[in-house]
Design a protein around this ligand. Structure first.
Ligand code: GDP
Ligand code: MG
Length: 762
């Protein structure tokens, strides 16, 4: 079997190899060994068969000086693992009295320090012949070992190292006797060394255990040598062997995955001639390794965390996030504890807490992002849900919306709770609070909107009904008008509570809200009635209303039969009573005389003016001028005497008109032109809106023609035909008629007619 790879961990130029940890981890397979590995180093004079011994016992491949190469073979410190003993690192140390380095005690001291800092067992290789010779180079080396050991471990006397003396070229003298001599020599050296303050009385046995073995000369007694080596091997490989050297108490408590760093730090301390204090070094190592382990674990979870982060930044809720977060946390935390707990407990415990906090910090971003997404999507879905309720199912608004709200709140709280890493400082309740506030705000906002919608719909419904009722009520304006309007108000008010209950039952209104809706609707009823009343008394509308009222007396009799004006009828009586009614109606509409109290609205201190003086004048003047014409028309009919046209009149008309008839038959084109001219005239009248003046003109012509024809007919009957003076008189009368109409119009700008002042009262 070929030996395991070897590493020159410290070169002949005292450079430390940067590859130690790589060799430990990969080449020697000790990465996960933790504390379960052994480390042994050998000391002794040059060319005393140290490398040969290690190779024979441990199956290593250290260089051995041959007859051809009589110079120093092993430069610096070499390390490898045993092929025979499990998890055992073997270190071959350069000889100390080599020709090249001569008396380089500094190198000896550094090697001793380094070996003691990391090894459990030091093999002290010496020839039998050297024992008892206090000037032997080995003894000097051991003095160095003892001194530096005191510096290294002064504060931890419990830390022991085993010194296993291998007596080479053993021949004759019993090992026990040699051991005794060696032990005495060691104690003597111990007594002789300078001890730090406070450790003056320290004993060698507090720091070192001593063990002894002997080997015959390899070349001279080859078979005996081989047999002795075979017996020695189990000392290093069999824990059950009574001489087993790698006892736990000798361990330097450097986990295998920290050996490289530790060796580096120790070597740097040694080379810079600083005090090397192993407990401090161990703490530094622990800190270093905890950081490194933490970094590695965090690096290993980085991809997954990034992936989750990206998904969450996309606004999506990650379904199995809670499970994945818990797994990431637990696996990382366990892995940290597993690796880091091998190092100094106090450092480990502190670093474990720091690591947990780091994990909390990383996972908190996921926790917060997930909750932010749930928050957003829940609000969105809740808004849609509640808007749909408003639109499609308002009758069960509160029940359904509250149910959904509770459901979303519970889901959010569950998510927040399940995402919380136990032991983390996160307060999931603090995430629930703003969500709860937001969802409540959405609920309140959409509920208010729903109520407003319903209120508007209800208002429209009430308006439609009320407008119809008002249109009916406005038909008659008499003494019953305002009492009738009061009834309307009372009825509308009485229906409100039930209407509100029916329309808004889904919103479960509070008393205050109900009162608000009711007062809004009451106000809208008042506004509508007021508006309609104002429209009613608008000059043009109200004028026709007044005429209708006037006509109820002037055109219809008490049985509502149309009146036919006949001579001898008293037009003034009809006219005056109609005008009085109209006048009363106008008077009645001066102010709004309504009791709003059924609507919960107190009446204003002064009556609400509907018609001011100016409007009243305008309405009345227009009304009077219009009914004046009707009065004249009716009067004229009643003034006309009854007559019959005698039969001969028709014959006379035929005879007198014969020429015209003939003229028409002979040249119809002339008459056609006249017809076209008349047609054009009509179009012009229409186009320039001249109907009223033309009608007035025609009316006057008709009145004049009526008078004239009456006079002619009367003349034909009485035999006194009207003369020129009579006709002039008639034209004058006609002018006076126009004067009457003109004075009516003139009074529009002046003082209004007082009640009953216009028409003559009966
Ligand atoms: N006297 C003696 N020489 C040995 C023994 N084993 C090996 N040698 C020889 O000593 C020389 C140096 O051996 P090496 O192992 O390189 O010694 P190192 O310098 O102490 O490592 C070689 O020529 C070996 O053959 C032994 O048990 N006794
Ligand atoms: Mg050697």
């Amino acid at each position: 079997m070929s030996p395991n790879p070897m590493l020159n961990i410290i070169s002949g130029d005292l450079e430390l190899s940067p590859d130690i940890q790589e060799y430990v981890n990969d080449k020697w397979g000790l990465k996960d060994a933790g504390h379960e590995y052994n480390l042994i180093a050998i000391f002794g004079a040059q060319s005393t068969g140290k490398s040969t011994l290690l190779n024979t016992v441990f199956g290593t491949g250290f260089d051995v000086m041959t007859a051809n190469r009589r110079q120093q073979t092993t430069k610096g410190l070499w390390m490898t693992t045993s092929g025979t003993a499990e998890n055992t690192i073997v270190m071959d140390v350069e000889g100390t009295d080599s020709r090249e380095r001569g008396e380089d005690l500094e190198m000896e001291r550094k090697s001793a320090l380094f070996s003691l800092a990391i090894s459990q067992v030091l093999l002290i290789n010496l020839l039998e012949t050297d024992i008892g010779r206090s000037n032997a180079s080995n003894y000097g080396l051991l003095r160095t070992v003892f001194e530096v050991n005191l510096g290294l471990f002064q504060s931890t006397s419990a830390q022991k190292t085993l010194l296993l003396f291998v007596i080479r070229d053993h021949y004759g003298t019993p090992v026990a006797e040699l051991s005794k001599t060696l032990e005495e020599d060691m104690n003597q050296i111990w007594e002789g060394i300078r001890k730090p303050e406070g450790l003056e009385d320290a004993k060698l046995s507090q720091y070192f255990d001593l063990a002894f073995t002997a080997l015959p000369h390899k070349l001279i007694q080859a078979a005996e040598f081989d047999a002795a080596v075979e017996k020695l091997k189990p000392w290093f490989s069999d824990p059950d062997n009574p001489n087993y050297v790698f006892k736990k108490e000798y361990r330097k408590r450097i986990p295998s995955d920290g050996l490289g760093h530790f060796a580096g730090e120790v070597w740097e301390q040694i080379c810079s001639n600083k005090d090397l204090d192993l407990p401090t070094q161990r703490q530094l190592l622990a800190k270093f390794r905890c950081d490194e382990i933490s970094r590695n674990i965090l690096h290993s979870i980085n991809d997954e965390v990034q992936e989750l982060q990206t998904a969450l930044e996309g606004g999506r809720e990650v379904a199995d996030l809670a499970d994945r977060m818990h797994t990431i946390y637990q696996t990382s935390f366990d892995s940290f504890c597993h690796q880091a707990s091998r190092y100094e407990t106090s450092v480990f415990q502190t670093e474990r807490d720091v690591f947990a906090q780091t994990l909390h910090g990383i996972l908190y971003m996921l926790f917060a992002a997930q909750l932010r997404n749930i928050h957003r999507s829940s609000l969105k879905s809740f808004t849609a849900f509640v808007e749909k309720l408003n639109a499609e199912n308002p009758d069960s608004f509160s029940t359904e919306a509250l149910k959904q709200k509770e459901h979303l709140l519970a889901t959010f709280e569950n998510s927040a709770r399940s995402l919380t890493i136990p032991g983390s400082p996160w307060k999931y309740e603090e995430q629930v609070k703003p969500f709860s506030a937001d969802i409540n705000a959405v609920f309140e906002k959409l509920r208010a909107a729903g109520i407003k919608n319903k209120e508007v719909a209800l208002q429209e419904e009430i308006s439609t009904k009320l407008e119809a009722d008002l249109a009916f009520a406005f038909n008659t304006i008499d003494a019953q008008f305002w009492p009738g309007m009061d009834t309307l108000v009372t009825e509308a008010a009485a229906k409100l509570p039930e209407a509100i209950d029916t329309h808004l039952k889904g919103y479960q209104l509070s008393e205050d809200e109900r009162a608000d809706v009711q007062s809004t609707l009451s106000a809208s009823i008042k506004d509508l009635i007021t508006k309609e009343l104002n429209e009613l008394v608008d000059a043009s509308t109200f004028n026709s209303k007044l005429r209708t009222i006037f006509h109820s007396k002037f055109r219809f009799d008490s049985q509502r039969r149309p009146i036919i004006w006949r001579p001898g009828m008293n037009v003034e009586t009809y006219f005056d009573s109609g005008k009085l009614l109209a006048r009363n109606a106008l008077e009645a509409m001066r102010f709004i005389k309504l009791d709003w109290s059924p609507l919960g609205i107190s009446n204003p201190p002064t009556p609400l003016a509907l018609i001011d003086k100016k409007l009243e004048n305008k309405i009345w003047t227009q009304f009077e001028s219009e009914v004046a014409v009707e009065f004249q028309d009716a009067s004229m009919r009643c003034d006309q005497p009854q007559y019959k046209i005698p039969k001969w009149t028709y014959l006379a008309i035929f005879l007198l008109g014969f020429n015209e008839l003939m003229d028409f038959i002979s040249s119809p084109g002339k008459y056609l032109l006249i017809a076209v001219f008349l047609g054009l005239l009509y179009v012009v009248i229409l186009a320039f809106d001249l109907q009223v003046p033309v009608e007035n003109f025609i009316y006057r012509v008709r009145v004049f023609a009526g008078r004239l024809s009456s006079a002619i007919v009367r003349g034909a009957v009485t035999g006194t035909m009207p003369n020129f003076n009579d006709v002039m008189q008639m034209l004058n009368d006609n002018k006076n008629d126009r004067g009457t109409a003109g004075s009516g119009a003139a009074s529009a700008g002046g003082s209004p007619p007082a009640a009953g002042a216009g028409p003559k009262e009966d």
